[in-house]
Design a protein around this ligand. Sequence first.
Ligand code: MHO
Length: 217
Amino acid sequence: MSSMMHEVDVDTKKATFAMGCFWEPDVLFGSFKGVIRTRVGYTGGTKKGPSYKSLGDHTEAIDVDYDPTAVDYKELLGVFWENHDPSIRMTRQYSSFIYYHDGDQKKLAEESLAERKAKGAVLTQIVPASEFYDAEGYHQKYRLQQHPWLVEAIGLSQNDQKSLTRSHVAARLNGYIFGRGGKEQLEADIVRLGLNEKIADYVRKYYLKFEGRGLTC
Ligand code: MHO
């Protein structure tokens, strides 16, 4: 890996959500403030070693490592509620879940659910986090991986599950390349992450292209 900020050495907490096709929350959370890394995968079921083609009773989900000094769990819940429609009945694969990791998260999740229910019926379930199985390499940072030049330019390899789930740079660029995260934060991150001008210009171009567009899977 290069001198870019792939690794971030801060204490993180985990947040895990299911809100439909997992490519979308990967974009949204990856470029949200205080988020260090993300991984997409399958959780909530009993089948051992699920895969995309053989999901069993699992649900597509995102696992977020965040810096609790930079972002509150409450704000992450806001991203969750604002970016899917939890009133629509979906198959188990795409159902809405909040998987809490401790009592504080459980309480905040329940409070946010009560608030959301005041606006209308919601099917979201709040359950304890259980084993999280990483999805296949090609699902990790899916939007970033549509840009092979960029993946290589940041020193990573296509479909390389390990580095794509580990890299802070990959998490951030996966959002910016799909027009999320905000222009100001993008500019600050270009400096903070140590991106060169060629990479910065490439990312800016696609940020503008996709900014404001809907997220479709
Ligand atoms: N329409 C997409 C959904 C993928 S998603 C990770 C596909 O079938 O490839 O469920």
